[in-house]
Write a protein of this length. Structure first.
Length: 235
């Protein structure tokens, strides 16, 4: 019964959105919204995180050329949006939020006991430039890019235990560049902006084990997170 109700509400919402966006009378919703100097909102979304590795020594005999397997899962984003209009086509946007994600991490050259589950809670703060195309009826495509920083509340950076005790550690602070695209949809009562964005760390996030020959950290020159965010902004 719950599944049927959920599907019904989703279809009803999509039908209402379709009616507002594709009205045969070409009604312009939220006509003065983009004239505001400042605007505010919030976002909800999904994420998936991965790791990108640079190795000290590459073993050409190893089939994959990698030391680790990373298991990606779907996480959740939530946060606020502050938007400053710079010109007709450019906005400056701050999107502080929280991202929750879990990744699996395993050394491929060892047994199954090397598997680690990495739970991450990020306070993520991007500063972005948003380039808006000219509005067409109730649509406005855009590109977005910028830089960001995050605080990993689950990093365990200062934990004295390392992987020899089953503890995987990362740096608390990380820095990223971001790039993506989306579309503004002008509805009767608010503006909805779905967007897809790539997030790429630029600093090494791995805390090394005490053993320099550790299978987890010994051969890693750099470990950097990379992620994909699917966000829905409501303004």
């Amino acid at each position: 019964m719950k599944k049927i109700l959920t599907i019904f509400l989703l279809l009803a919402g999509l039908n209402a959105m379709h009616a507002q966006l594709f009205s045969g009378e070409s009604i312009m919703n939220q006509q003065n919204f983009d004239q505001q100097r400042w605007s505010w909102g919030y976002f909800l979304g999904l994420n998936t995180y991965d790791f990108n590795f640079d190795y000290k020594d590459y073993n050409p005999d190893y089939v994959t050329g990698q030391d680790f397997r990373v298991e990606k899962r779907i996480g959740f984003n939530v946060g606020l949006v502050g938007n400053l209009k710079l010109s007709h086509n450019f906005d400056l946007r701050l999107e502080p939020g929280v991202s929750f994600n879990t990744r699996g991490y395993q050394a491929l050259k060892a047994d199954a006991n090397t598997y680690r589950e990495i739970n991450s809670t990020y306070v993520h703060i991007p500063l972005l430039v948003k380039f808006n195309a000219n509005r067409l009826n109730n649509f406005r495509p855009f590109l977005v890019g910028g830089v960001s920083t995050s605080i990993n509340l689950s990093s365990n950076e200062n934990n004295p235990d390392d992987n020899s005790a089953g503890q995987f550690r990362m740096t608390t602070n990380s820095y990223y560049y971001e790039i993506g695209f989306g579309i503004d949809l002008y509805l009767y009562y608010f503006k909805l902006s779905p967007s897809l964005r790539g997030v790429f760390a630029i600093n090494d996030e791995l805390i090394r084990d005490a053993d320099p020959n550790s299978i987890y950290t010994g051969n890693v020159d750099k470990m950097m997170s990379r992620g994909v965010f699917l966000n829905f902004v409501f303004q």
